[in-house]
Design a binder for this molecule. Structure first.
Ligand SMILES: [Zn+2]
Length: 364
């Protein structure tokens, strides 16, 4: 039974036949971990708290800064300088005082990840860097925990769900794109409401997975191009060759090298597929140059001579049908997307794929 207050508070969702009193009780008994109390974490935490998820853990080692307030809407000017986990609790306890909220004011690391993640039923990734994304993914696979992932860059957002046994982040991207690490840890532009949307989408998926209703985004990557107002989705499936969850896994425990500490990780420019502009110009036969930039990024700068313009998302949709012996050079604005795609295509057997180091901005 629900108490009278619970009945009133959760009424709008309890009257949905797919949820009902049973579903509400299930939420009240659930334990969810939100990694990152930032732009994605803010709506996730607010909505799960108000929906009555009984126990919520928050992992975040940072303090609130003025520059967070543009998108991290659970924090306020009053909280600047305060630990984010404690600022979040201040906000959430006013939304719903019957929820138990656990603070984990630490950086998630290979040493503490299993202990923290192991306490919860469902994990939501709200971090914005590759190393933590891989660490969380690996830990969730090893502990058989469902994971709800999302990311946002500039005007683009994407989200997907990894259910135990149905594939993982490494099925999509087998290894950490080493050259991108520093660039991803540095500040990237983003608009607040888009982050809020993607976080809200994660909260919806969390409720569906906890309630075991609907079709979670497992095997489906949703992509939202907010600049052009376009939603797309691509289907993905568990990769039997995945180094973590495939048939013959080579990763059987958490590694101690996720490059968590951006400051000490150097960019490795020695990789053979990292080209400078001169090498690119001297390549014979001349490669297919694929420019991943969107209209916003051209800023009046011309695409490279003879290049084709294909978006990152479009490449993900098309590449399986491409000739694996094709000579390709990816270019983008600052080299993050081109590097990630090069690494991914090489892992899929494309041997002649390269990218322009640092992106077009660097060379112009
Ligand atoms: Zn996998």
């Amino acid at each position: 039974m629900l108490t009278k207050e619970q009945w009133t508070r959760y009424n709008r969702q309890v009257i949905l036949p797919q949820i009902g009193v049973e579903g509400q009780k299930r939420l009240l008994d659930s334990r969810v971990l939100v990694i990152g109390a930032g732009g994605l974490g803010a709506p996730v935490l607010a909505y799960l708290t108000s929906a009555g998820v009984g126990t919520i853990g928050i992992v975040d080692a940072d303090a609130v800064e003025m520059s967070n307030l543009q998108r991290q809407i659970i924090h306020s000017e009053y909280s600047i300088g305060r630990q984010k986990t404690s600022s979040a609790i201040g906000f959430l306890s006013q939304l719903n005082s019957e929820i138990c909220i656990n603070e984990h004011p630490v950086f998630l690391s290979p040493e503490n990840a299993k202990d923290i993640i192991g306490e919860y039923d469902l994990i939501i990734n709200g971090t914005d860097n590759f190393p933590t994304r891989y660490l969380v993914n690996d830990c969730c696979v090893l502990l058989q925990k469902p994971l709800i992932d999302a990311s946002v860059l500039k005007f683009d957002g994407q989200a997907t769900v990894f259910l135990p046994g149905e594939g993982c982040y490494r099925c999509l991207y087998p290894s950490i794109p080493s050259r991108s690490i520093i660039k991803n840890c540095s500040e990237n532009g983003v608009i607040g409401p888009l982050v809020g949307m993607m976080g809200s989408l994660q909260a919806v998926e969390a409720l569906k997975v906890l309630l075991r209703i609907g079709n979670p985004l497992s095997g489906k990557l949703i992509m939202f191009d907010s600049f052009n107002g376009e939603f797309n989705s691509i289907k993905w499936s568990k990769n039997p060759k995945c180094p973590l969850c495939g048939d013959n896994p080579t990763i059987t425990d958490l590694s101690d090298d996720y490059g968590i500490n951006c400051e000490t990780k150097q960019i490795d420019y020695s990789d053979e597929w990292d080209l400078d502009l001169e090498t690119l110009n001297n390549m014979r036969p001349f490669p297919d140059i694929i420019d991943l930039r969107d209209n916003v990024e051209f800023h009046g700068k011309l695409p490279l001579h003879n290049s084709k313009i294909i978006s990152f998302e479009e490449v993900l949709i098309q590449f399986e049908s491409w000739d694996r012996e094709r000579l390709i050079v990816f270019i983008c604005d600052i080299g993050i997307r081109s590097s990630a795609l090069t690494e991914m295509l090489r892992s899929k057997g494309f041997k002649l794929v390269y990218h322009l180091r640092g992106g077009i901005s660097h060379w112009l």
